[in-house]
Write a protein that binds this ligand. Structure first.
Ligand code: GLC
Ligand code: GLC
Length: 814
């Protein structure tokens, strides 16, 4: 069953009924001001940091689930009937409801009793504000007298404090109202120099800023007293809960169309210019007034919207493909690329599953995210890499997370996740391959943000490399620390206390438990570092890396091979995890993917065997589960993984993040059909027809789909902010379509299904547009290339030496 359809021409997903199985959301904003918006206009906004600068309030896990947002009410002033054109919160019987989620904007609207009303929500580029552009059309045969009421509930900035500290917060709310603009200035009197504002393009009939006055006692979003009565109370908030509401009256002739803009913004004043007149307590509005004036003008709003479209067209144009698969096309060309930009912007901070008050930016997460967006925003990738490197410890380890506002490592979580340092090497390698900007390696970056500790990025990478060599366990495999990629495999934790964090409790000395996954990751990272060192002319460094990688490969073969697949780890007792010797958890996905990606076993058949074992034991129609058999009970020596009921999350859920590792491994062994089959199993667009089972949005990846041990097998959770976005994008573009940046140029080495006659792609790479045409000539994956009609040896197309901005690459495959 479907709840909408893809409009690929417009790069939109169109939702045709408000009652989707879960809120289906989109993001507004791509620089500093961000918002989440559901298909019924639920959600909230913040400036840069979802916890510390929350503009509007949102109550997670509400009943109904998605309540509170950017709501407009329309009221027929003749009949007194009122409704929300976005569905929520009044839930009237709307006609022709639709929600169009597009690139950085959402349009929601409907028709109700002859009145058509659609609102376009977006954040203009280079502004810290959002626009709600409402278009109302009177489709009746007679004039319509309408009232419009807007409403937002302001958050008192720190979302965590806002949701808990009521003894203080109910007494501090403050607003000002001037020229129809509502200014939210709680705490501005003291240490804050920022405020929120909410304006309307039309003269307002009235306003409200005190929540209880607008809603009335005992009422909620679905039945505000003021809307029911058709008259604002002109309330001025003191303490309690400030809101922003305007009342606008319209008279529309039959067939008449009117546009009204509401604009919600964030603004900062210089410390010494906070008040006007100076010395007063009155907010200085001079600096923000020109901005407000600009967006009261509909033409300026339209122009801002066009700029936003051009921005997204530009980003997406870096890689556009035309394959025989509509699902691959729309994910690669539109939605997966878009999701990669969102994970870059927000990491794992704010979604409908991440409440914005928890995690900052994860070290491993952000490095992996680079794989998906570096081609679209290389300069931002550069900055991200340097920020990440600055949260590394001098010993090579890294803070597991850092706060985006301060860019400082998060002390509560600390480090000792022993996989973390290597993701930096992979992130930097991806950046270098895309840009050839070798200067980044000489860029000084501090350790632990400590001034004076700066070392070139290149040195940071070597500390990452050495970190593992200084932490080897009894079998010579890397010690796991608090956890590796699998945050929930906590082998040094042994927790029996409810509520204790599995990630930060360490009550074993950590000298025994080892990770085969980190071994694979280490081999891959060491090889990358060797390639980097080699190109810097540091031959001795390169050799050291290659030797260590070779030794680790032998160790994996000796102690990390279980006969038909790679072992997962050794526990604190030195016993195997992910082995046929285990009662549960006999085979895990992660080492099969990463060891093969690192090249281990490609030469002796083990890779093929491991992948066949994955197919036999872990593959389901909904994707590949993380391990089998699922853990049926809690095991303190394994940690959080066994805390989940079977089939969910890390306990045998389909963790979509690591499915692409298997796709890439399959591609490396030349299995085009197998790779694409796995790709489609978790591709959201391919799952659209089973939206009632999948439940999450059909246009973005979810972190997890319930595994075969779960009653709800096939149901997705945690959409949007997940490493799944980058890895699937990377697998699809670089390994299936095989358009792969390398240090020396763009490699074209597709591993596509036998049935494909070929595909076309346009890829911008280091300032050159590559027009690529692939034609199948027979089975298999052997390629021969012609560049601008001249045969080329090998499969790497270097950017043309003569500075041309365009090359034509013909690829014969088979
Ligand atoms: C989550 C985390 C990621 C971790 C994964 C597996 O996606 O963000 O860091 O690797 O879970 O536990
Ligand atoms: C929880 C989640 C896991 C995540 C971890 C780190 O354990 O289940 O997916 O990686 O938290 O925050």
């Amino acid at each position: 069953m479907q709840y909408g359809y893809f409009d690929d021409q417009r790069r939109e997903y169109v939702i045709t009924q408000p009652d989707t199985p879960l809120p289906w959301i989109n993001y507004l904003g791509c620089q500093e001001y961000f918002g989440l918006i559901s298909n019924t206009a639920g959600g909230y906004s913040f400036y840069r940091d979802a916890r510390l600068r929350r503009l509007t309030r949102y109550r997670y896990n509400h009943l109904p689930l998605d309540q509170g947002g950017r709501y407009l009410y329309l009221r027929d002033d003749e009949s007194g009937r009122y409704w929300s054109p976005s569905g929520a919160p009044t839930n009237c019987d709307l006609e022709r409801y639709s929600c169009r989620h597009g690139m950085g904007y959402t349009v929601i609207g409907s028709v109700y009793q002859g009145i058509s009303a659609h609102t376009r929500y977006f954040v203009p580029l280079d502004e810290t504000l959002e626009i709600w552009q409402l278009t109302v059309i009177n489709q009746r045969a007679r004039p319509a007298w309408l009232s419009i009421f807007s409403c937002v509930e302001f958050c008192l900035w720190d979302a965590q404090d806002d949701a808990t500290n009521f003894q203080r917060n109910f007494s501090i709310g403050e607003v000002e109202i001037a020229d129809g603009v509502i200014y939210h200035k709680t705490e501005y009197r003291e240490r804050r120099d920022h405020f929120g504002w909410f304006a309307c393009s039309e003269p307002v009939e009235g306003f409200d800023t005190q929540r209880e006055a607008f809603f009335g006692p005992g009422r909620g979003w679905e039945r505000p007293l003021v809307v029911e009565g058709g008259e604002s109370a002109n309330s001025v908030a003191h303490g309690w809960a400030p809101v922003g509401s305007h009342h606008v009256r319209l008279r529309l002739e039959p067939g008449e169309t009117r546009q009204v803009q509401f604009v919600l913004g964030y603004h900062e004043n210089a410390r010494d210019q906070k008040f006007d007149p100076p010395g007063s307590q009155i907010l200085n509005k001079k600096t923000v007034r020109p901005i407000i004036a600009r967006y009261r003008d509909a033409a300026a709003v339209d122009a801002a919207f066009c700029r936003l479209r051009t921005y997204w067209d530009g980003l997406l144009s870096v890689c556009q493909v035309e394959t025989p698969s509509v699902h691959a096309n729309r994910m690669v060309n539109i939605w997966n690329a878009y999701q990669c930009m969102m994970t870059f912007n927000l990491s794992r901070s704010a979604s409908f599953y991440e409440s914005g008050v928890g995690r900052g930016l994860g070290f491993r997460d952000s490095n992996q995210d680079l794989l998906g967006f570096v081609h679209m925003a290389p300069e931002r990738a550069r900055q991200r890499i340097l920020d990440l490197a600055a949260t590394q410890y001098p010993g090579g380890g890294a803070y597991h997370q850092y706060q985006p506002l301060t860019k400082k490592g998060n002390n509560e979580i600390g480090g000792n996740f022993n996989d973390d340092p290597h993701w930096l090497i992979l992130g930097v390698a991806a950046y270098l391959k895309e840009t050839a900007d070798w200067s980044i390696l000489d860029e000084p970056a501090p350790f632990d943000n400590e001034p004076g500790s700066e070392q070139p990025l290149y040195e940071h990478l070597h500390r990452s490399f050495r970190y593992t060599l200084e932490r080897l366990g009894p079998h010579g495999l890397p010690l796991i620390g608090r956890a590796d990629w699998n945050d929930c495999l906590n082998l040094n934790c042994f927790s029996e206390t409810p509520g204790q964090s599995f990630q930060t409790t360490t009550n074993k000395d950590g000298k025994v438990a080892e990770s085969v996954f980190i071994a694979g990751l280490f081999v891959l990272a060491a090889r990358e570092l060797a390639a980097i060192a080699c190109r810097r002319g540091a031959a001795a460094d390169a050799q050291r890396c290659l030797d260590a990688a070779a030794r680790m490969t032998e160790t994996v073969k000796a102690h990390g091979w279980d006969g038909a697949w790679f072992v997962r780890a050794y526990d604190d007792f030195g016993r195997k995890i992910g082995s046929k010797e285990c009662a549960e958890g006999q085979i895990f996905i992660e080492p099969q993917g990463f060891c093969v990606m690192a090249g281990i076993g490609l030469d002796d058949g083990r890779a093929r065997q491991a992948l066949d074992s994955v197919r036999r034991h872990l593959a389901t129609p909904h994707g590949i589960v993380l391990q089998q058999p699922a853990y049926s009970r809690y095991y303190p020596h394994l940690g959080e993984i066994s805390s989940y009921p079977p089939g969910y999350k890390e306990n045998a859920g389909i963790f979509c993040h690591n499915n692409p590792w298997i796709m890439i491994a399959e591609a490396m062994t030349g299995n085009g059909d197998g790779t694409f089959d796995y790709y489609l199993r978790i591709n959201p667009s391919a799952r659209e027809p089973i939206s009632d089972v999948h439940c999450n949005e059909p246009y973005v990846y979810a972190q997890m789909i319930a595994g075969r041990d779960a009653p709800a097998h096939g149901e997705a959770k945690n959409s949007w902010l997940t490493g799944t976005a980058a890895w699937n994008y990377y697998a699809a573009t670089q390994w299936i379509l095989g358009i792969r940046p390398e240090y020396d140029g763009l490699r074209i080495a597709p591993v596509i299904p036998e049935a494909w006659a070929g595909f076309r792609a346009v890829r911008k790479f280091r300032g050159v547009t590559y027009n690529i045409e692939v034609h199948r000539q027979g089975p298999g994956n052997r390629v021969s290339l012609r560049v601008d009609s001249q045969p080329l040896a090998g499969d790497i197309v270097a950017p043309p030496a003569d500075g041309r901005a365009w090359v034509a690459v013909e690829v014969a495959i088979g």
